[in-house]
Write a protein that binds this ligand. Structure first.
Ligand SMILES: NC(=O)c1ccc[n+]([C@@H]2O[C@H](COP(=O)([O-])OP(=O)(O)OC[C@H]3O[C@@H](n4cnc5c(N)ncnc54)[C@H](O)[C@@H]3O)[C@@H](O)[C@H]2O)c1
Length: 139
């Protein structure tokens, strides 16, 4: 079974990749390493919660893992997979207003729309989207 994990170098995405590989899935990860927090942390995520687990070595060189480094919004197509786990996002609630608003609409709304448009007519089993905490409000 093939899976796509967007935001694969992020906190949640990297742990999901870990788990999927452990369970024998093929994983294609997409991440553009935004500067929301340092790339080194994301590299460590990507190389798998690394220092903690023996499994991490497997992930690093795992033939079942492929990283596509790129921005979803700059891609014309996405891989054919069975499952899509969409975790790429601009996370965080406080900064989601004012000057940074555009970053949020871009990486959360536009990127999600682009992926949904691409996969809506394709034979995938499931599209899983972890809604951003940035949608929280009074309602
Ligand atoms: N971590 C939490 O406790 C938590 C809680 C609630 C909801 N969430 C939501 O889950 C999602 C993932 O959270 P996280 O903590 O893993 O965030 P994260 O910042 O660690 O990871 C997100 C990843 O997405 C990548 N990314 C962002 N925009 C991209 C784009 N346009 N193209 C390609 N890659 C892109 C970033 O480079 C980053 O590595 C977010 O929507 C977040 O709001 C997280």
């Amino acid at each position: 079974m093939k899976t796509l994990v967007t935001g694969c170098a992020g906190f949640i995405g990297s742990h999901l990749v870990d788990k999927l590989l452990e369970q024998g899935y093929e994983v294609i990860g997409i991440d553009c390493f935004t500067d929301y927090y340092p790339r080194e942390i994301k590299e460590a995520n990507k190389n798998l919660s690394l220092k903690k687990k023996a499994l991490s070595k497997k992930y690093h060189k795992n033939a079942k893992f492929e990283l596509i480094e790129g921005d979803i919004l700059n891609m014309d197509k996405f891989p054919d997979v069975d499952y899509v786990f969409h975790l790429a996002a601009q996370a965080g609630v406080r900064a989601s207003w004012s000057k940074s608003f555009e970053i949020y609409t871009r990486n959360n709304i536009e990127a999600t729309q682009k992926l949904l448009e691409f996969y809506k007519d394709r034979e995938i089993k499931k599209f899983v989207y972890a809604s951003s905490s940035s949608v929280y409000g009074d309602a």
